[in-house]
Ligand binder design. Structure first.
Ligand code: ASP
Ligand code: CP
Length: 320
């Protein structure tokens, strides 16, 4: 594996390898000295053209805990405002010796362009591109589901038969897309539920069941209910009458939370619109994995960086 661009083309073997190495990374994070020397001498660049809290910070923490040097670039405050192109920005980073570029971009496909352009020689990790994919988010979600299901004994296991319902703004969600592909690869059963206006037209080609009634989806007893943020910044039209109506029909409130099976978990990739798609009762309940997802994100991103960067060095060393 040279790049991590999507989950659609990620093999089951590579996905499980990332999840298993993430378990090792999580174990190492329990030690007093959290830093591992694995990526000493490597440079990881965080290239963020869209805002981020969790992904940017956890990639930075992950790279630092592996002893890599980290350069953080955010488009705000950079020469992008002077019209500099992705190509020139990438070539500038290449000249600074980036071994890996973690990129978040508003344009779907920007990470693949970077990986295949020849502008840079390092590995490319997609940290969210437009409405296309957010592969490390899906991997940390799968890790969190596996952990809740199998606990300490989750290494090597997939999510065969695990039932996941993803709710809300599927249309604009790269998290939903990455989850659909990865969960399908890992044997889980995916249901998507939301207003018809927020379900993409090409959904019939996805390996998922579609419902238009949240209460019916909850009565079906999913193992995990994943609430998605309403992505107002990507909406240029009215996709639902008003926020109150959305919350009433599509929000996870205390009553719907109580209607879920006792052992089902509530997930949200963050950032949450509290009171819109998820109520405080649901977000802060013991069933919510929101903060676990964030913590697991560091281990999963450590695993991805390690496998892309240290793996490459080991292969070179092995070849010698
Ligand atoms: N943070 C996730 C993303 O960037 C989900 C969201 O913003 O709603 O895709
Ligand atoms: N879940 C997620 O990607 O969060 P950020 O947008 O804060 O990185």
């Amino acid at each position: 594996m040279r790049h991590l661009l999507d989950t659609k083309t990620l093999s089951r073997e590579d996905a499980l390898r990332i999840l298993d190495v993430a378990e090792d990374m999580a174990d190492a994070q329990q030690r007093e000295v959290k830093k591992l020397p694995a990526l000493r001498g490597k440079t990881v660049v965080n290239l963020f053209f869209e805002d981020s809290t969790r992904t940017r910070i956890s990639f930075e923490a992950a790279a630092k805990r592996l002893s890599a040097d980290v350069i953080n670039f955010s488009a705000k405050g950079s020469s992008v405002s002077k019209g500099e192109s992705l190509q020139d920005t990438a070539q500038t980073l290449q000249a600074m010796g980036a071994d890996a570029v973690v990129i978040r971009h508003g344009a779907s496909g920007a990470p693949r362009t970077l990986a295949t352009s020849g502008w840079i020689t390092g590995s490319v990790l997609n940290a969210g591109d437009g409405t296309h994919e957010h592969p490390t988010q899906a991997l940390l979600d799968a890790y969190s589901m596996r952990k809740r299901r199998y606990g300490a004994d989750s290494r090597g296991r997939d999510l065969e038969g695990f039932r996941v319902t993803v709710v809300g703004d599927i249309l604009h969600s790269r998290v939903a897309r990455s989850n659909v592909w990865l969960l399908n690869t890992l044997g889980a059963e995916v249901t998507l539920v939301g207003p018809p206006t927020l379900i993409p037209q090409d959904v019939t080609a996805w390996p998922a069941r579609i419902l238009f009634d949240l209460d019916e989806a909850i009565a079906d007893g999913p193992d995990a209910l994943m609430m998605l943020r309403i992505q107002l910044e990507r909406m240029n039209a009215a996709y639902f009458p008003n926020e109150r109506e959305y919350t009433r029909t599509w929000g996870l409130d205390a009553d719907r939370l109580a209607a879920l099976p006792a052992d089902s978990i509530v997930m949200h990739p963050g950032p949450m619109n509290r009171g819109l798609e998820i109520s405080a009762d649901a977000a802060d309940s013991p069933r919510s994995t929101v903060l676990e997802q964030v913590a697991n994100g560091v281990s999963v991103r450590m695993a991805a960086l390690y496998l892309l960067l240290a793996g490459e060095r080991n292969e070179k060393e092995d070849a010698r």
